[in-house]
Ligand binder design. Structure first.
Ligand SMILES: [Zn+2]
Length: 432
């Protein structure tokens, strides 16, 4: 038992000597390990006067396996190598041997869970295929002058989306999604429509500066689109927010969550103290950053980032030195659940309860689906994050489908592009 437990190594602290001496020149290997008594066999031997029954003295529990040198030392210095010291040495050695040879403990594999990760991105399923540029007499600083002269066409029916006319002035040119060659385009009054250049989207996306301009046009189209929904753009903070309609009066809006009845929610309000019902002296306004972003060669998204605007009296922006703590503590609470609820509110409000919304630039369109981009992953998950958010799927009905189909089919730049677009529509249609 002692030999097995000692692992062929002297048990004396830090000795480490092997207890089998290899033989050479025809001699066999020799065992040099010696069984030293912790309490001596006889009362007169080293540590022999320690109380231990005679019958226990030759058992392995009272023996320590050492090399000859250390056997000599411990028996000649019984006061240094007392019973307690030797018992500890034996226990340490035997457990060290055991631990060194034991099978390594296998860490339990983390349990993976399958989860659907929601993003705050809305897929853009259709984008303008070209940007037009025409000479324009107004400079970069005269945007307001151009805005005054934009002519919006009358809508033929109520279902038809309002036309948006985003533009950029640069280097003596006006850039727009509208086909500036057409007579009666909204910019007719400010451009020379005989010298129109047309650039295809696929070329534009390959050039950093052209792409920036394209994204700016898309983002600007949201100013007008959201303005019709009573949402204002704050250029200083680059975000959209709900202003009040009347100073000091709370504002709520009606919106339609997917597959549910119409809902109403406050979008600008003065929070009240729970105890007294007294106003807290500042106003919250729902706000969001809305931006078009290219995710890959052919995938574009509209990202929604909920924020809050703070005012002192429903109109005057809160001075920035007073904002810090409030927004920080609010953002901390915005984590996940609340954050997502606000994202969902924005998308439902922007789409007016429809499965998608359309930004119309005359004969070109951007179509944004409201089904947020989601990813399936298998991972360890986030402990404690068991929120059961449901990315509601909108019920398509024949009306919304045919409406979309018509809208896209009606969008034709040139006859030579018609065929290409028809294929695209068919591809997209299959997915539904
Ligand atoms: Zn030794």
């Amino acid at each position: 038992m002692l030999f097995l437990k000692s692992g062929n190594v002297c048990a004396f602290r830090d000795c480490g000597r092997s207890l089998i001496e290899p033989g050479a020149e025809g001699d066999a290997d020799a065992i040099i390990g010696e069984m030293a008594h912790i309490v001596a066999d006889s009362r007169q031997g080293p540590r022999g006067d320690e109380p231990l029954d005679e019958s226990e003295r030759n058992k392995h529990a009272n023996l320590i396996l050492v090399c000859p040198e250390h056997h000599t030392i411990i028996d000649k210095q019984p006061r240094t190598y007392s019973v307690a010291v030797l018992r500890q040495m034996k226990a340490d050695h035997e457990s060290r041997i055991q631990a060194a040879l034991a099978k390594p403990a296998v860490e339990p594999k983390p349990e993976l869970i399958k989860e659907r990760i929601q993003s705050t991105l809305l897929p853009v399923t259709h984008l303008p295929q070209a940007v037009f540029a025409a000479p324009c007499g107004f400079t970069q600083n005269e945007e307001d002058e151009v805005k005054k002269r934009i002519l919006y066409p009358q809508r033929k029916s109520e279902n038809e989306p309002f036309e948006l006319a985003p533009f950029i002035l640069r280097d003596g040119k006006l850039f727009a999604f509208h086909d500036l060659r057409e007579r009666g385009n909204p910019f007719s009054a400010v451009i020379d429509n005989n010298k129109v250049e047309k650039q295809r989207a696929t070329e534009i996306w390959g050039d950093a500066e052209d792409k920036r301009r394209y994204i700016t046009l898309l983002n600007r189209s949201l100013y007008k689109y959201t303005a019709r929904l009573g949402v204002r753009y704050d250029p200083e903070h680059r975000r959209f927010y709900f202003p009040v309609e009347e100073k000091g009066k709370e504002r709520s809006v009606v919106y339609r969550p997917p597959n549910m009845a119409r809902s109403e929610r406050l979008v600008a309000w003065e929070p009240k103290r729970k105890s007294t019902g007294e106003g807290k002296g500042f106003w919250w306004h729902l706000a969001a950053r809305l931006r078009f972003e290219q995710m890959s060669d052919d995938q574009w998204c509209l990202s929604i980032r909920p924020e809050r605007r703070l005012t002192t009296d429903s109109e005057t922006p809160m001075p920035s030195h007073r904002i810090g703590r409030r927004v920080t503590s609010f953002k901390a609470k915005m984590y996940n659940d609340l954050y997502f609820k606000e994202v969902v509110f924005w998308r439902d409000y922007l789409s007016q309860g429809q499965p998608r919304f359309v930004l119309s630039f005359g004969n070109q369109l951007a179509v944004i689906d409201v089904q947020m981009v989601a990813f399936d992953v298998e991972w360890v998950g986030i402990p404690g994050d068991e929120s059961a958010f449901k990315n509601e799927v909108y019920d398509e009905d024949l009306f919304t489908l045919s409406e979309r189909d018509e809208a896209i089919a009606g969008e034709q730049l040139d006859w030579d592009e018609a065929e290409e677009d028809a294929e695209l529509i068919e591809e997209e249609f299959v997915e539904y």
